[in-house]
Design a protein around this ligand. Structure first.
Ligand code: BGO
Length: 271
């Protein structure tokens, strides 16, 4: 049976380099349906039944850019069996913002902690075991440039896909937000696959119009959701989208403090 693995990450995190390493010469390039965003697919080396899809480089699963919409539509509608989330280890704090969102999708995920050669060269240390436990997701150290770790990350993605083992995101928003998310998840139950319920709940809390349009809510349900969201906004004195964004960054800052030791400000590919 054919298996689909998506490669997702920020621009410049090394996705093209890893995609080339994983697929060798078996690549086909086209466009995503209806848009002029390049779509690259290829067969995983040594696995003719595993298709790797390279998603556009993105910073978030928001609905604000074509690349973000293409990526999230693919992840939600095409149901890949697993995701390799490529993370630039020299820009970990910025890259983990997307990771926190990917982990909420309810799809098996393995993090490829890329540019590990540069991290080491800079004298920095990332406690991957601690970070993995804190995120609820496997992490494989990779250097796509040197070709180390990429196949191992793909093999782990295959294993997780076969076991249908979705990541178990450890992050919780503040209690009042979680209560609203529970409420929204109940409203969305039956309309979207159970695995994606949390992702949809967060997006609806953020008043994501594309997601709202996709859900077949009655006027009464819409009013109830709006009341729940507005009540949290009043309590926390901020708009719902900023509440989610700020809480993600606060969580990531804590992860960085606990799992990363930086020697000095050193080399990175994206700066
Ligand atoms: C240039 N380690 C190191 N050291 N570099 C890496 C790694 C890694 O693990 N992975 C990727 N790179 P893309 P997106 C470049 O192109 O795959 C490098 O956007 C240069 N080019 O070689 O393109 C990779 O697809 C001139 O670097 O990323 C590339 O995600 C000088 O990271 C860059 C220096 O990788 C981006 C680097 C003309």
């Amino acid at each position: 049976m054919q298996m689909k693995i998506a490669l997702a990450g920020n621009p410049n995190c090394g996705k093209t380099t890893m995609f080339n390493d994983l697929t060798g010469s078996s690549q086909y390039v086209g466009n995503w349906p209806g848009v002029t965003v390049e779509k690259k697919e290829g067969k995983l080396r040594g696995h003719k039944d595993v298709i790797i899809t390279d998603l556009p480089g993105i910073y978030s699963l928001s609905p604000y850019t074509l690349e973000e919409v293409v990526s999230r539509d693919y992840l939600l509608n095409e149901q890949p069996d697993a995701i390799i989330n490529l993370v630039d280890g020299t820009n970990l704090e910025r890259n983990l913002y997307l990771t926190t969102q990917i982990l909420e999708l309810g799809i098996p995920v393995v993090i490829a902690l890329n540019m590990i050669d540069l991290v080491k060269k800079n004298g920095d240390t990332i406690d991957t075991r601690k970070l993995s436990a804190a995120l609820g997701c496997e992490i494989i150290e990779t250097s796509a440039l040197k070709g180390t770790g990429s196949m191992e990350a793909a093999e782990r993605a295959i294993a997780l896909a076969k076991a249908k083992k979705a990541s178990a995101p450890q992050h919780e928003f503040t209690k009042t937000v979680e209560e609203a998310l529970d409420h929204i998840a109940k409203a969305v139950h039956g309309q979207v696959p159970v695995a994606h319920e949390r992702w949809y709940a967060v997006k609806l809390f953020e008043r994501d119009e594309r997601v709202m349009a996709q859900c077949n809510f009655s006027a009464q349900t819409k009013d109830a959701l709006e009341t729940a969201i507005a009540s949290v906004e009043k309590e926390l004195d901020d708009d719902s989208e900023s509440i989610i964004t700020n809480e993600r960054y606060a969580y990531i800052a804590k992860l960085m403090k606990n799992c990363v030791h930086k020697k000095r400000s050193g080399l990175s590919m994206s700066d």
